[in-house]
Design a protein around this ligand. Structure first.
Ligand SMILES: Cc1ncc(COP(=O)(O)O)c(C=O)c1O
Length: 352
């Protein structure tokens, strides 16, 4: 008797379930030939820093890390004292999904969750929070604002929205961190430059995600305020995030940034989410929730449809929000047919 494994094309739980782009795998193989200096002193890492400088239209520093959580926690640690606070959205990854790493790495800074639609911080709430008990030794000191681009619900902060949050942050003398686990998706969706969507809006440190969009194990911190680099370097080593063979992480990032692969991959993931959104809109009884600008789609499905999809081998998150709310995430590896099959299954189960 043979058992059947559900097709991997039915996995919509996260973009980190996708494989890696062939160009990236080949770059790792090439980097394996011969010796190289360790701990980031190799030529490939230097090349990635130069490439990022071109992409962001200014000189930047770079810390190569192996997870997005490390990028976020180390960045926040460099931007706030232990008695500071991190103002973030209540649905943000830093607030919900990092096992307290930001609190741990900052040495105890407090995360202050704020509201706002589509997981975007509400400007009025931010305006109040940046001044709340500032200078009062009995409270934590507002120190850094962390925004996510694209947001955890698949929306993107427009240039105006980012500009508003950046201005409130800067005018109050706070630092600005961006969780860019899906930064490529935002750049692809908005058609604005990486510079406009980061340091020109006041971002000091960017967690530059790549693992969800084509690399195997490599993310980065892009450092715009380069005075922070020495401290970040010590923090990264202390956190076990300075890989001896950094060249292999760097090779992934190098291929990722070459010839626009990062933006092509992100555009593909976004297009697949758009295809899914359009398809779901055409099916009665599916309630779409929030904006889908990037590669995450939230909707409401009747419980029996969710269960029938799961029984057929579809994988997606469905039990983390209010009952009936499900999340589908697409990636650079999603094919048109994968979306069409999913839409067909949703329609079939709704009809049945
Ligand atoms: C918004 C956001 N930030 C950061 C991360 C990084 O997570 P990890 O530490 O798993 O790479 C994720 C991954 O799901 C994410 O969705």
């Amino acid at each position: 008797m043979t058992t059947t494994t559900p097709p991997l094309t039915r996995i919509f739980s996260s973009d980190n379930t996708a494989g890696a782009s062939p160009e990236i795998v080949e770059a790792v193989a090439r980097a394996a030939a011969g010796p190289a200096l360790p701990y980031g002193a190799d030529d490939i890492t230097a090349g990635v820093r130069r490439r990022l400088g071109e992409i962001f239209e200014r000189e930047v520093d770079l810390l190569v890390v192996s997870t997005g959580s490390a990028a976020n926690a180390l960045s926040l640690a460099a931007l706030t004292p232990p008695w500071g606070s991190v103002l973030c959205h209540r649905d943000s990854h830093v607030n919900n999904d990092e096992c307290g790493a930001p609190e741990f790495y900052t040495g105890g800074a407090k995360l202050v969750p704020l509201g706002g639609r589509d997981a975007k911080i509400d400007p009025a709430e931010l305006r109040a929070a940046v001044r709340h008990k500032a200078g009062d030794v009995h409270s934590v000191e507002p120190s850094v604002v962390s925004v996510t681009q694209a947001t955890e619900t698949g929306a993107v902060l427009t240039l105006d929205e980012l500009g508003t949050l950046g201005a409130i942050t800067g005018e109050a003398g706070l630092r600005l961190h961006m969780d860019g686990a899906r930064f490529a998706g935002a750049v692809a969706a908005l058609g604005r430059t990486p510079a406009e969507l980061s340091w020109r809006a006041g971002v000091d440190l960017l967690s530059f995600g790549a693992t969800k969009n084509g690399t195997m194990t490599a993310d980065a911190i892009v450092v715009f305020d380069r005075s922070l680099t020495p401290e970040l370097a010590f923090r990264a080593k202390r956190a076990g995030q300075l890989a001896a063979k950094t060249r292999f992480h760097a090779a992934q990032l190098d291929a990722y940034l070459t010839d626009g692969l990062w933006l092509r991959n992100a555009a593909r993931a976004n297009a697949m989410a758009a295809r899914l959104t359009e398809g779901l809109k055409a099916i009665p009884d599916v309630g779409l929730l929030g904006a889908t600008d990037a590669n995450i789609v939230f909707c409401r499905l009747p419980e029996q449809v969710t269960q029938a999809l799961l029984a057929e081998g579809y994988a997606f998150y469905h039990d983390r929000w209010e009952p009936g709310v499900v999340r589908f995430v697409t990636s650079f590896a999603t094919r048109d047919a994968d979306i069409d099959d999913l839409l067909g299954a949703v329609a079939r189960h709704l009809a049945g």
